[in-house]
Write a protein that binds this ligand. Structure first.
Ligand SMILES: [Zn+2]
Length: 345
């Protein structure tokens, strides 16, 4: 690569860089002549991070922080760069600590929102609720649906400590219910709390209710319901549950699970009808096509077809985030890509 040969790189030259590598080179030359230009250092650090060298970026940004006489705005800018370096390095906790510092200096919405996303990804619901309340105060509001989701998640996080934390979990669930009584997550969590407390019957009821009343969110409970009924020796009830659900709404994931059940019973032709329905309403994915092919071949080898289906989460029909299009074979409550809640279908 040819670099401009100039005695001294000036600010305007930086704007002419044609590639990140050239910009890095020019920035380094520029900084030799302007060692106190914090902006150029920040830019160089960000460039290193974007190039996939977050450790180097972090070191450079931390050096900047040690410089004397940084004004508050600049310091916040440097801290934001450091937080992004930590995120890139997978050091979520350090990133959150840095954002805490940022909001203590400048309580702006975007920094609180970033902090909230970090606590959500860490599963630290107490801190997430705290930050969410601060955001609500900025808006002069006392509650919203997102707060209800966080309360429900806090209750969910206590499921492994059942029955000791039963009352605390119930209290959070009630708080969620008060804000947003129709939140499907509440039934999901309620079922989980029942199950972890050994009340399997009630867990099944809660998840069945979720299927009937919020069929769009079926993906949350299908696998759990199957596992639990299987453990209870009530696996045979599933077919009826799914058929009842489909009378309410033709949810593709419910159909997919029903196909699975029909195949395990050897009912190839009914499985085929449902598969045709899936393909006509959902389009022909590779998984669905290969399944159809397997069902079409002149064989009674249902075992092979079932094996194809046995992998968890109906991989032939992935869950898709309605907000950003991210696909997952696992049922997720929050999209790992765009951080939307309950956005999978
Ligand atoms: Zn998404």
């Amino acid at each position: 690569m040819r670099l401009r040969r100039q005695p001294k790189v000036e600010y305007k030259d930086l704007l002419l860089a044609e590639s990140p590598t050239e910009l890095e080179h020019l920035l380094r030359e520029y900084l030799e002549a302007h060692p106190n230009d914090i902006w150029a250092y920040l830019k160089l650090g960000n460039l290193l991070r974007e190039k996939g060298e977050p450790q180097k970026a972090l070191r450079l940004h931390q050096t900047l922080l040690a410089k004397p006489k940084l004004d508050r705005t600049t310091k916040v800018k440097v801290l934001k760069a450091i937080a992004r370096d930590y995120i890139e390095l997978g050091k979520t906790e350090a990133a959150a600590e840095t954002y805490e510092q940022i909001v203590s200096m400048m309580p702006e919405r975007s920094a609180y929102e970033e902090l909230l996303r970090l606590y959500e990804s860490m599963g630290d619901w107490d801190k997430a609720i705290d930050v969410k309340n601060k955001l609500l105060r900025l808006d002069k509001k006392s509650e919203d649906q997102h707060l209800a989701i966080l309360y429900a998640m806090k209750a969910y996080s206590l499921a492994d400590e059942m029955p000791a934390k039963e009352r605390e979990a119930e209290r959070y669930l009630k708080m969620a219910e008060k804000i947003y009584p129709d939140l499907p997550l509440i039934l999901y969590v309620r079922g989980e709390l029942h199950m972890k407390s050994g009340r399997n019957e009630l867990a099944v009821d809660a998840w069945k209710q979720l299927l009937m009343e919020h069929t769009d969110y079926a993906y949350l409970v299908l696998d759990k319901l199957e596992d639990l009924l299987f453990k209870e020796g009530r696996f045979s009830e599933l077919e009826l549950i799914y058929e009842d659900t489909l009378k309410v709404a033709r949810n593709p994931h419910v159909i997919a699970h029903l196909i699975h059940i029909l195949l395990s019973k050897g009912e190839k032709s009914r499985a085929m009808e449902y598969l045709d329905e899936l393909i006509s309403s959902y389009g022909e994915s590779d998984g669905l096509r290969s399944l159809k092919y397997l069902l079409h071949i002149e064989t009674n080898d249902i075992e092979t077809v079932r094996d194809e289906l046995r992998v968890r989460g109906s991989p032939f029909l992935p869950y898709k985030c309605e907000n950003c299009g991210y696909e997952s074979t696992m049922s997720l409550m929050q999209c790992p890509n765009c951080r939307s809640w309950l956005s999978f279908r």
